[in-house]
Design a protein around this ligand. Structure first.
Ligand SMILES: [Zn+2]
Length: 111
């Protein structure tokens, strides 16, 4: 893994830890795999699907190394997927939006 990819994976892991998802893992892959089940972030737009994937059943966040061109965008992808991890079954509902705001705040307070 390249150092930049490693830094993003570490950041995602730190956020997962901060919201109590201590047993989750992060995988940076060249290509986001097909969701192994329907219990994934399947409601995301095509963009989010390409950038990252939340797999609650496997407790894994996938991040696409091919899409890590833009730092701000990669951070948003991480927030998005961590928020999914916090709100299984909510898709992009109100609980998800609240979780997303919380993750953004957590990361900002850490800088
Ligand atoms: Zn989503």
């Amino acid at each position: 893994m390249k150092s930049r990819e490693y830094a993003f994976a570490k950041r995602a892991l730190k956020l997962l830890d901060a919201v109590g998802k201590t047993d989750w893992g992060v995988r940076v892959v060249a290509e986001i795999p097909e969701p192994p089940s329907r219990e994934t972030c399947r409601d995301c737009g095509s963009q989010a699907k390409t950038l990252g994937l939340c797999w609650p059943k496997g407790k894994i966040l996938f991040l696409s190394s091919a899409q890590m061109r833009d730092d701000a965008r990669t951070r948003e992808t991480i927030y998005h997927e961590v928020a999914h991890a916090m709100t299984p079954g909510d898709a992009h509902g109100l609980a998800f939006e609240a979780a997303l705001a919380r993750v953004r705040k957590l990361d900002a307070s850490d800088e």
